[in-house]
Design a protein around this ligand. Structure first.
Ligand code: FEO
Length: 420
């Protein structure tokens, strides 16, 4: 069922879906796989005093959008254009829409203004706009509308718009997924559970604490219909998707929920066993600190994705890598590159490794950890060739120092001028 819909679809009283279908898309935003394509959902809300447009579509689908819009409204009836999120897949048709709709006034979040200015450039001076925040209410075209600011789901600008008389939440990217099916409704389209969770994992997951704040605002509204900007419209049990966002944002180890233990993960790769011996010593040293649960993983023995799940709920990460051709080894980089999908800010980080000539791997890993906004409390440990017993003691000290830092027992740091 992937043929293009010829007509707009009325999804609630006076509310039409006027979006576009993109069944052939296979990669979204360079990183997301979209085996089912996607949709760019936009809506028109008719009231006694005119029409409100909620979001638009990607630019190349503009004509499809305008064709549907023209079937439910004349351009001079449009009183408001609400932009829940200003990424180009939802604002591609905005410049042309504003040129065609002479009475349209823009509504977007306070944080969206910079992007709106970049989108419309000098033309913005020709239009009126209102910046919205949570709790703002108004009558637009005679329909009661309120706004819910949902920053970082997944851009700073994002908001949801609530049509109060229909209890309909226009949720932007939130509760969306990349799934294209012209039957539109969640109780009629194919099984999209995988797409919903995949989308959350790659788009919303780094912002879990913001997701929980947003869910706290949305649940009391008890929406009876959720109309996201991508994928199926959620009319069957819409609150289950809100609850799902809460569940997906609450994954912690049992002890961490109670705040009894910190989790420190030690990952390593080893060519000749030297970095492996270092890893075991780092693990042993860290394990001697009470209140820290330490886990040791050889990256040769696992896939990257499950490790990313582990890392998300950990408090500290230490990576061991030999230096090969002046670099850390690929499995280490694979894990480090995958961390963009989770929140790493504030976690503790460390690096160690054996080397033969130059030993760049350790400082390169440390730079990456700092780039991920992690704190690196101790200088990484590099050992030439195989560690001696004395050097293994240094590894145990290093692990102990990291673990003590994790539980707030670290000794004051003495800065060596040679390190500056
Ligand atoms: Fe669907 Fe963040 O754009």
């Amino acid at each position: 069922m992937l043929a293009k819909l010829p007509e707009p679809v009325e999804i609630a009283g006076g509310v039409h879906w006027i979006g576009a279908l993109d069944p052939d898309l296979r990669t979204f935003d360079l990183i997301l796989k979209t085996a089912n394509g996607t949709t760019y959902n936009a809506y028109a809300v008719r009231g006694p005093e005119g029409v409100v447009v909620v979001d638009t579509v990607k630019e190349e689908f503009s004509e499809e959008f305008f064709t549907r819009l023209e079937q439910v409204a004349d351009y001079d009836e449009i009183r408001a254009v609400i932009l829940n999120h200003l990424e180009p897949d939802h604002t591609g048709a905005v410049p042309e829409l504003m040129r065609r709709a002479p009475h349209a006034h823009i509504f977007c979040s306070v944080r969206a203004l910079k992007v709106l200015t970049a989108l419309l450039k000098d033309e913005l001076d020709n239009y009126g706009y209102t910046l919205t925040d949570t709790g703002d209410r108004c009558s637009l075209s005679g329909r009661p509308i309120s706004f819910v600011n949902t920053p970082y789901l997944h851009w700073p600008d994002t908001q949801c718009t609530f049509l109060e008389d229909e209890k309909l939440l226009f949720s932007g990217d939130v509760f969306g997924c990349h799934f294209c099916d012209d039957r539109l409704y969640n109780d009629r389209v194919g099984d999209f559970r995988f797409s919903f969770e995949y989308y959350f994992k790659h788009i919303m997951r780094p912002f879990k604490r913001w997701v929980l704040q947003a869910v706290d605002k949305i649940e009391p509204l008890a929406p009876e219909l959720i109309a996201p900007a991508h994928g199926p419209i959620l009319r069957d049990n819409p609150l289950s998707y809100v609850r799902s966002y809460r569940t997906l944002s609450n994954s912690y180890l049992p002890n961490e929920v109670e705040g009894r233990e910190k989790s420190l993960l030690v990952f390593y790769m080893s060519a000749y066993g030297a970095t492996a011996d270092m890893a075991k010593a780092v693990h042993d040293g860290a394990s001697s600190v009470e209140g820290v649960r330490v886990s040791l993983y050889d990256l040769q023995g696992g896939e990257t994705e499950p490790f990313v799940d582990l890392i998300e709920s950990a408090d500290g990460l230490v990576f061991g890598s030999p230096t090969v051709n002046g670099d850390a080894v690929k499995p280490v980089w694979d894990v480090l590159a995958s961390l963009i999908s989770i929140e790493t800010r504030g976690k503790l980080g460390g690096a160690f490794g054996s080397y033969g000539w130059s030993g760049e791997a350790v400082p390169m890993i440390e730079d990456r950890l700092r780039g991920l906004k992690m704190r690196v409390p101790a200088k990484g440990l590099r050992i030439k060739f195989h560690p001696t017993d004395k050097e293994l003691d240094d590894c145990r000290d290093y692990g102990r120092t990291l673990a003590e830092s994790l539980v707030g027992k670290a000794k004051p740091k003495v800065v060596d001028f040679a390190d500056l």
